[in-house]
Design a protein around this ligand. Sequence first.
Ligand SMILES: Nc1ncnc2c1ncn2[C@@H]1O[C@H](COP(=O)(O)OP(=O)(O)OP(=O)(O)O)[C@@H](O)[C@H]1O
Length: 206
Amino acid sequence: MTISLKNIGRRFNREWIFKGIDYTFADRESYAILGSNGSGKSTLLQVLNGSLVPSAGDLAYTYESKLVNPEDVFTYLSLAAPYLELIEEFSLSEIIEFHFKFKHYKPGLDKQAVADTLGLAGSRNKLVKYFSSGMKQRLKLALAFCSDTPMLMLDEPTSNLDTQGIDWYLSLIEQYSANRLTIICSNQEHEYSFCKNRLSIADYKS
Ligand SMILES: Nc1ncnc2c1ncn2[C@@H]1O[C@H](COP(=O)(O)OP(=O)(O)OP(=O)(O)O)[C@@H](O)[C@H]1O
C-alpha cells in the first residue's frame, strides 16, 4: 500500500495541528512519526488510516497499481492504538475468533498460534476485562501483527509493556512487519529504531 499526501493539514477548531505535509509513504517501507506529547502524531495516523478527514489537502491510496477508495482503506489495515478499545466481555478465544472474521490470518497462523504468540494459551477462557493493561496491549499488538494486511499502523506500541514485553514486540516486528507498509507513532527510540524513514511533526507546524 502506498499513501500519497499533498499539502495535507488538520486543524481542530482554529488550531492547526499540522499543515503543508507533502509526503509519500511507500509500499513495504517502514516509517516513524515522531514528535513530543500533544504534537499531533495520533492525529496524523488517524488521517492516514481514514478515520479522520484532513482539513486541507489530498490523500491517495494505491495498492498493486490501483487506486483504493478511501472508504475501503480499513480493510487493508491492521491498527493497534491506545484509543482502540477491546471488547471486554469476550474471552481470549472469542476475541481472536471475532477479529479474524474480518481479517485473514498471516500464512501459517490460526487461533491457537495467535494465543501461543501471546504466551497466553492457558488463558483461552479468561475474559479480556480481567487482563492486565500489559496483557491487553500484547493482545492488541498480536491481533494487528498476525493479520494479513498490507498496512500495519502502531501508535505507542510498547505502552504498558515491561522489558520482556518490549523484546517480545521487537520479535514480532522482525517476524511480521516485512513486506507491508509499517507506520509507528512514537517518542521512544526502542519502538521505532528499525524504521528506515522518519517524519517529524515539528516540521509541519507553520
Ligand atoms: N477531537 C479533538 N478535538 C480537539 N482537539 C483535539 C482533538 N484530538 C486531538 N486534539 C488536539 O490535537 C493535538 C494533537 O493531539 P495528538 O493526540 O494527535 O498528539 P500526539 O502527538 O499523538 O500526543 P501523545 O504523544 O501525547 O499521544 C493536541 O493538542 C490535542 O489536544
